[in-house]
Write a new protein. Sequence first.
Length: 568
Amino acid sequence: MTVSYALGSTRLSRSKIVYASQARTILILRVFSEAAGLFLAGTVHSTFDLVQWVLISRPEGIGFPQFLALQPGTGPLGLLVLAFGRGLPPSEWPMKPRLMSLLRLVSEISIPLLGVLIMSNVNTELTYIAIGDTVKPMAFGMEPFNSSVAPQLGVMEDMLFNLGYVSFLSNPLHAIDITPDVARHEGCAKGMGLEPNQSCLHEILIAQEFQNVNANLPLSRSSDSQVVLSANQQIFLLEFRDNIKGTASALDCKDFNAGPAFYTLCISDMQDGSINARMIPCPANLIVNKQCKNDTSWRSSRGFSTSLHASYVPATVAYQRLDGRILWHEVQSDPQPAKLNAADVLDALSAILATNSTAAGVVASNPILGSPTNFFGRLVAGHMYRIGRLNLSTNIEAHWKGTNALQNLLGITLFYCQNGILSQTVLPFLSNSTDISDFYSRGAFEQPAKSSLVSFADTRYRIRVGRGTLYAYIALSGFTLSVCIITLLIGSLLELTHFDAEPTLYPSLDFYTQCRVEDANGKIIPAHKRVELAWIYDGQQMFKEIEGLKVRRRKRQARPLELEAQDA
């Protein structure tokens, strides 16, 4: 039961009374482990008791020191003294009682240690389970990248993108940092290298934002649940690596400028399915002198670089109903590569980062959202100027800011350039115009398939025991239990062959009624000799006196006929 509960495979672990409380979740494991320890202690005690009687029942009996080592009344301190033999050499105090004492001492100590072992690496994991009668199908998740959506965003860019764009990949409304611990070494900070030649891994999951679908949520608003669960949601897995070797000449590039401020953005496809991107800002001194357009030497500098490998993974995501924060997620299967084309990504960024309405790929007017302001493109150009004012070759802060900006721009592009991104955010108000009706049926306003399941959820605490700890607990307790059961079976069969009186539940009574203590010649120790042993205060002398004694079992004899008649 302890192992089953630790693995979460019992009905009790799925009981609301248990999983609704973190304290109760751990308490149940403690109760099971203590109960298992109690039963295991009883099994070990019975095993040693039976072994003692099997040895006593032999014709030659058992040495008195071995008897003391197996006697239930001998405590841990007595076992320890027997194991060391009061300092006597092996010739005067044999090895059998030493080994038996150590074996019993180890078995008695190991039982509470097993209870400590199972509780030494215990945690509770917060999960969420759907409330069955609230489950509804809904379009909730990431759709394939579509660069043609970028020009449709129109004036929504001012609301979607602003000064906070540099925190897009750390925004808890849609981003989950899953960078493995092995990648968080000394040379990396926040997924970026501390040195120009240090490349670091930064893994991010990007899920749909709750606020993008909240208006169309097919759930009752009267529920008390504060968690909304989206199951089977397709989300992005973005794997970034910074400080990619190479130059901008090997990439497809495009210049952006707002007034005198210039920067170049370059992207290319890689053989492994990833894309490489590089952003090079014009130095501040050239911007001040308005020489960025004439002096092109800055375009060959290193700038900031990153690679991006994008995949899709189905996952279950829990959102805080009040503010939309992601509370929990669980990936359901292996990632599937997202097919990205560098030229398409560059086209989408050209529309998003455009600084004027005459730029290529920019739609001058949107029948639904109006005309774009291109404010975001000018904001990014200004940001690149501020980064360029830092010493890019020696200032690590400049590297962090530039690389972070580039990675966030790529993440923003993949997130917003997908079919249906505005279909549940901007509610349609259609006129009789056919153009507007057509606009609401494609691209950003397209209605995605209802491939996800959305519901309210209950909070659940799930027990988590370290796998190494659990395997050690199973191995040690299983081995101990197996040895005890085999010994009990064999010992019970041997006891049956002797036809002697069965031991009772009281070891002292059994010793008084069924045992006899003899010397080396087979004679029973007389009463005065036993009294003399009691007055020996020297421990070594005592051990020397009892070393040659034996304990044998009294043979059961037929009762006299007159006693049988009295009983009748």
